[in-house]
Design a protein around this ligand. Sequence first.
Ligand code: GCO
Ligand code: MN
Ligand code: MN
Length: 414
Amino acid sequence: MNPVPVDQQQPLVEKLYAACGGAYTPEQRRKFFITGPQWAGAYEGNALFHAPTRRPVGFEEIIARYAEIGINYWCTHDSDVIPATVLGKQEQWDIVGQIGEALRKNAMECSMVTTETFFHPVFATSPASESPSIREYAKFRVTNTVAIGHELGASYAVYWPGSLGYYTPGAVEETETLKWYADGLNAACKADLEIAAKKGRPTLKHCMEAKPFEPQGEILLPTSDAMLGFINSGLLEHPEMVGLNPEYLHELMWGGSVRAALARALVNGKLWHFDINDGYRLKHDVDIAVGLVNPLDWLNVLVLLRSHDFHGPFNLDYKPPRTTSTHGVFHVSFPSAIDRFITLWEMAGEVLEDSVIKSATDALKAGGLVTSTDPQDGYAIFEANKELLTLHELIAHRLVQILLGLHKGRVFLL
Ligand code: GCO
Ligand code: MN
Ligand code: MN
């Protein structure tokens, strides 16, 4: 094949993307509570060892592109769209006004706002620093974000305490730091109650997001389970206002089962928001698009969520790869990520309806007929159930068949 001239590259990508088939329409995509973060669309491909590969993209363009794709909801960090120097000032409200206009023009809504408490140099010792002035500044940032959220009509606020931890052990006292972190969340909830009452709006749902490693050496709240413990610790004044925003990859990163982590959030009534993406166990936060690495696990996750009536928000918190161009971000990366999600969601519905899985599950739940009269005879009970237990492996086989489309028949080559 000859080298491809620059002006023929986008048409080639578009032609091959169309040849992939299986795309949903923007109307079909809009049926889902899928949210598009400002920072995902604006990500320029840069990292500690990587120079940017894409140009900066502002909120007007991102909101317009998301709307074309069929994403209904947009979300942002405060400092993604408002320079830190003007936060809380009149210029901030001017920008918020422009954002509101861009959303209205594109029939989009703001679903969630989040405070950046990890990038600014003031957060080098975290938002729960031992320094009172830093903690007061952190309170200003989170309460200001709550005010922005109400102004934009958001329903959720997310907190990722990325810098809550330390590099060198013994430098901070953990119990004190956690108490100071709770003070920040308490200030956000208090401000929320006041603003919501004034505006006649419901309060926001405040959702904590855990990540086990990065950017600190040691993280004080590394998992969703640690956060559940924190929410129920007695340090929060309004634990009923605070829930979880688990991220798929963040639970996988520490080596856990994502589905089991979500189940623990569900039984606590705290699964309120979900960051969807993919990646690898025990590696860094690669934020790959949903379903590109672990589609079978994703299918299982969505079976659990569908069977518990969780319908979102599903937040596309991933990083379009730095090998993808700006054109590719909006014409391949986002639409393909959403469409894989929808396909997996549909497949999860098929799993729940599948007669083989249903019969197998029913039989497992009915259990074997025990004829022994001794309820303490474990061996007899095992014998009475033993043949049924093969159904565990059969169910796993059926799930893979559904994922690969084999349940609809397969043409064998041999
Ligand atoms: C990350 C985090 C963020 C958070 C965001 C919301 O590891 O980069 O996942 O993307 O989701 O900061 O607060
Ligand atoms: Mn992540
Ligand atoms: Mn996230």
